[in-house]
Design a protein around this ligand. Structure first.
Ligand code: PEP
Ligand code: MN
Length: 300
């Protein structure tokens, strides 16, 4: 038999042994179980990450922290440093950067909710680490290997969003860079991939639900999804979040804003507090079927 030395796209047995031995499962039942700021990751739980796309103002993030914590979110999400697709800015559409990080820090302490936020440049690691319980590596930086290594060395837990054009093989390779630094708290997040057809003129990505069981066949790392970025379309977030939990996702990231149509970034994909509340209830019902004991902070 001729061995395929360069499969390129899909994972070979050889890859599992030599390319990402740390990310690979040691046996079929191997599953990473860890705790981040008191929130459990593992086969029994499905933490929920919720919040606005961007930390627009102190009031917004305070409002989100208060409401989302009380409705069962495990982590408050929100970007202060944002990889915005185009360079033009307005007062509304403007990264809040260091100030945003300070507001996240205040909200986290005031409402006792841990925070996940994106990091794009190593030089901001000390500031972002003050507020962040989890460092988010965005889809565009999944293969920024020096950034991965620097973040890994900080010892902070890391969520690595799948590059929208990347294979499972690429994604596990990126995770391996983090694990190689001895940082074991790594979460994989599927956030939609590019595909020739996305079903709707506003959509850009396709949520790869199939990558959940595929990744879990190979790795012990938790796999979560972000149906907000994947669908780019509010009415589809609910079904894709439920499908994620049904497919075995270990958590879900949701964009939630008190006034979605007026969100500064990605207003078409955010849900409001009321929709979030209904959704977390429905996710708990799905969770029960797939043996999750908690979904967000709700006991199911
Ligand atoms: C985000 O979660 O705010 C974000 C920018 O996501 P992604 O990197 O998946 O586009
Ligand atoms: Mn976005």
């Amino acid at each position: 038999m001729i061995e395929n030395k360069a499969p390129g796209k899909d994972v070979s047995l050889e890859d599992i042994k030599t390319k990402f031995p740390l990310a690979a499962k040691k046996d079929p039942l191997h599953f990473s179980e860890f705790d981040i700021a008191g929130i459990k990751f593992g086969p029994d739980s499905a933490p929920i990450f919720a919040g606005p796309n961007m930390v627009e103002s102190e009031e917004l993030i305070d409002d989100c922290a208060k409401n989302l914590k009380s409705k069962g979110a495990s982590f408050l999400r929100g970007g202060a440093f944002k990889p915005l697709t185009f360079p033009y800015r307005s007062d509304k559409y403007n990264e809040t950067r260091e100030l945003g990080i300070e507001w996240l820090y205040k909200a986290k302490n005031k409402y006792d909710i841990p925070v996940i936020t994106e990091i794009m440049e190593e030089k901001f690691l000390p500031i972002i680490s003050e507020a962040a319980d989890i460092l988010q590596i965005g889809t565009r930086n999944m293969q920024n290997y020096p950034l991965l290594t620097a973040c890994a060395r900080s010892g902070k837990p890391i969520m690595i969003k799948r590059g929208f054009g990347c294979s499972l093989r690429d994604w596990l390779g990126a995770a391996e860079y983090i694990l190689l630094e001895g940082n074991t708290k790594v979460i994989l997040c599927e956030r939609g991939v590019v595909a020739p057809h996305t079903h709707r003129e506003t959509s850009r990505f396709l949520l790869d639900l199939q990558v959940i069981p595929a990744a879990k066949e190979i790795t012990h790392l938790p796999v979560v999804t972000d149906p907000s970025h994947a669908t780019f379309w509010r009415p589809w977030v609910r079904s894709m979040a439920m499908a994620s939990i049904a497919a075995g996702a270990d958590g879900v990231m949701l964009e939630v804003h008190p006034d979605p149509p007026n969100a500064a970034v990605d207003p078409l994909q955010s849900i409001d507090f009321e929709e979030f509340s209904k959704l977390i209830h429905d996710l708990s019902r799905i969770g029960k079927i797939v043996n999750r004991k908690t979904v967000g902070e709700k006991i199911v």
